[in-house]
Ligand binder design. Structure first.
Ligand SMILES: [Zn+2]
Length: 140
């Protein structure tokens, strides 16, 4: 399960709306919890550095490096999010080709021209993506 506060989920979906018709992307910071769960504590929006940002995404390498070097026990990079403008909230073939780290959670946001968003969570198990539960609730 991937836990995220509603305010952070809204921030991600607002980013997807703002970036439309391009893909929005960013990193999820947080902590691993017992039983393999992940808890998102912060989200960091990234510029989309892909050559064709309407069809692909690339996290800014300098942002990623800065966050990796700032990582600690309490907070580290635990995932990545990106949007699919007018697409499905599921990893694409390109996402499969890009995935390599089974430790990372993936949030995929489908965003349409009307501003509607649907967000789903996935884990990459080393061979393919598997759906995970996204729990957008305040931390108990
Ligand atoms: Zn994608």
């Amino acid at each position: 399960m991937i836990g995220i506060a509603p305010v952070l989920l809204r921030a991600i979906e607002d980013h997807a709306r703002t970036a439309y018709p391009n893909e929005a992307c960013g990193l999820l910071l947080g902590r691993r919890e017992a039983e393999g769960g992940l808890r998102v504590h912060a989200v960091k929006a990234s510029p989309n550095r892909a050559p064709d940002p309407a069809r692909a995404f690339a996290i800014d390498p300098s942002l990623h490096l800065a966050l990796l070097s700032a990582s600690g026990v309490e907070q580290s990079v635990i995932g990545v999010y990106h949007s699919h403008p007018d697409g499905a909230p599921a990893p694409s073939a390109a996402d499969r080709a890009q995935a390599n780290d089974p430790e990372l959670a993936w949030l995929v946001i489908a965003a349409d021209a009307g501003g509607a968003c649907a967000t789903r969570a996935f884990r990459y198990d080393g061979g393919d993506f598997v759906a995970d539960v996204l729990s957008a609730e305040e931390h108990a």
